[in-house]
Structure formats: C-alpha cells, structure tokens
Design a protein around this ligand. Structure first.
Ligand SMILES: Nc1ncnc2c1ncn2[C@@H]1O[C@H](COP(=O)(O)OP(=O)(O)OP(=O)(O)O)[C@@H](O)[C@H]1O
Ligand SMILES: [Mg+2]
Length: 261
C-alpha cells in the first residue's frame, strides 16, 4: 500500500463535528443547548470532553451517537454523515441500568454479537470470555444484573460495548456514580483496553482529574449554550496519578479555563 492510500484511509475514519447547533423547544421556551460546536477527532484518539453541569455534554454525545439530530451543522464519520445510531458507534451511559435485566452477564455481553453479526456460537463464546476477562468479571458470567454492584454493572456494560469492536466508543460520565477506588480501577481498565485495541474514545466528564488521567486531548466546554472553548493536548506520560509529573499544572490550566466561563 502506498503512502497516499494509507493517509487516505486514516483520513476516512476521522470523526468530525462541524459547527453543530442544537436548541430544544419545550412548552413556550426555546433552550439553546449547543452553539457552533466543532472538533476533529482522529482515529484511535482518546478525547475527554470536560464541561460544567448542564452545558450540553450529553446532548453533544447523543448527537454523535445519532440519537439526537443537530439543528444545523454536520457530524461526519469518515466520508459518511451521521444520520442515526449504528454499530460503528457504541454508547456507554452513566446509569447502571443499561443491561437487560432478564439476561445474565454473559448473555448481555454476547447480545450485540448475536444481533448485529449473527456470529457462530464458538466465536461468540470466545469473545465473551475475553471481554469479561478484560474487565475482571470472569467469575460473574452467570450472574443477573440485579446481583451485581454498580461498578460491576459498568464493567459488564463496557465488556458488552467492546464485543463488536466499535470504531468509536462514546462514554457519558460512565464512572460518575462509583466510589473513588472503583473509579480508579475502571479508569485503569479502560486505558488498558484503549492501549490494546485503540478504538476512538470520546469520554464525557465534569471531573478535571479524570480528564487528565484519561485523555490524549481534552476539550473544554463553556457553560450553556455549550461551545468548545479550547482543546488542550494532554501528552503526560502514563500511568498518570494525581501526584505525577505535570499533573497539577495541567489540572490548574483546566480549572482556570472552566472557572473563566
Ligand atoms: N430532551 C430534552 N428536551 C429539552 N431540553 C433538554 C433535553 N435534553 C437536554 N436538555 C437541556 O439541554 C441542556 C443541556 O443538557 P445536557 O444533558 O446535554 O447537559 P450536560 O452537560 O450533560 O449536563 P450534566 O453534566 O448535568 O450531565 C440542559 O439545560 C437540559 O435541560
Ligand atoms: Mg450529562
């Protein structure tokens, strides 16, 4: 393959959010949620979107997922405009109730493969096993969601999101409701998964520390109507912890951007 075609292939998998606007109309009021949001995300990038509560982060993610339609602007995945949800973009939400309650952990994780690919049984079994091992849930494969803790449900939701190797993993504050120890271990697992498979990750958070630990780039949003104030490269060496080199400087830089809303 020549250089040109390689460059073309990489270009063609880029996620581009181009000048999108979104206003909700409810009752007598119009509520502007997003204003001229633009950001380019390369294949395999890990971008954190950081913004204050209510600034439009979930709305932006839902637009990328194709669950919400922007009023104007365009979202492109490679050469294709996003017109609705698709198996190339998988969402992991914040709440713990995304699993099918009548299915066991392993059946939940297998579900996208059964629905989307109609894959052979053996392939499904192997993938489920590998993904449960990645998130440390091998011993709980026969449990039902109601028998799991919140953090375990999030692990299962991540394992399920990985089963069809999505190009883009969209995560909306997925670790916001767990204790800080569980959060750290889920963050570490996500980094391991990203280093192994290099999906493009768009990770929403309002937690500065989490953005610095996870992201390769951090996009800071203004308060509503949300717009992208600045995108900061975050190339600190991994693994990152609160005390590691450059961490507090980056934290302060982001905090200053957030408070100057
Ligand atoms: N379906 C909807 N109908 C009307 N208004 C909506 C709808 N969804 C979101 N909004 C409004 O859009 C604004 C942005 O909401 P959004 O959920 O995107 O914010 P957020 O940044 O994710 O907030 P949080 O950090 O609290 O999760 C809010 O003012 C919200 O009330
Ligand atoms: Mg939200």
């Amino acid at each position: 393959m020549g250089n040109d075609s390689l460059i073309h292939r990489e270009e063609s998998r880029k996620l581009r959010i181009i000048n999108i606007n979104k206003t909700f109309t409810g009752g007598s009021q119009n509520l502007a949620a997003l204003s001229n949001v633009s950001i380019k995300i390369n294949e395999g990038d890990f971008v954190c979107i950081l913004g204050p509560s209510g600034c439009g982060k979930t709305t932006l993610l839902r637009c990328i997922a194709g669950l919400e339609r922007a009023d104007s602007g365009e979202i492109m995945l490679g050469e294709n405009p996003v017109r609705g949800p698709g198996p190339d973009r998988i969402v992991v939400f914040q709440d713990f109730d995304q699993l099918l309650p009548w299915k066991t952990v392993k059946e939940n994780v297998a579900f996208p493969l059964k629905v989307n690919k109609k894959a052979p049984e053996k392939e499904i079994r192997d993938t489920v096993k590998q993904n449960l091992a990645l998130v440390g849930l091998e011993e709980f494969e026969d449990y039902y969601p109601h028998q799991l803790s919140g953090g375990m449900k999030q692990r299962a939701a991540i394992a399920r999101a990985l089963t069809i190797h999505p190009k883009v993993l969209l995560m909306d504050e997925p670790f916001a409701s767990v204790d800080s120890q569980t959060r750290t271990s889920l963050q570490n697992e996500l980094i391991k998964i990203w280093e192994k498979f290099h999906p493009t990750i768009v990770f929403i958070t309002h937690n500065i520390e989490e953005a610095v630990i996870l992201g390769n780039r951090i996009a800071v949003m203004s308060s509503r109507p949300g717009t992208i104030k600045k995108v900061i490269p975050n190339e600190l060496p991994r693994p990152r912890t609160v005390g590691s080199a450059g961490f507090s400087e980056r934290w302060n830089e982001l905090n200053n951007l957030l408070v100057s809303n």
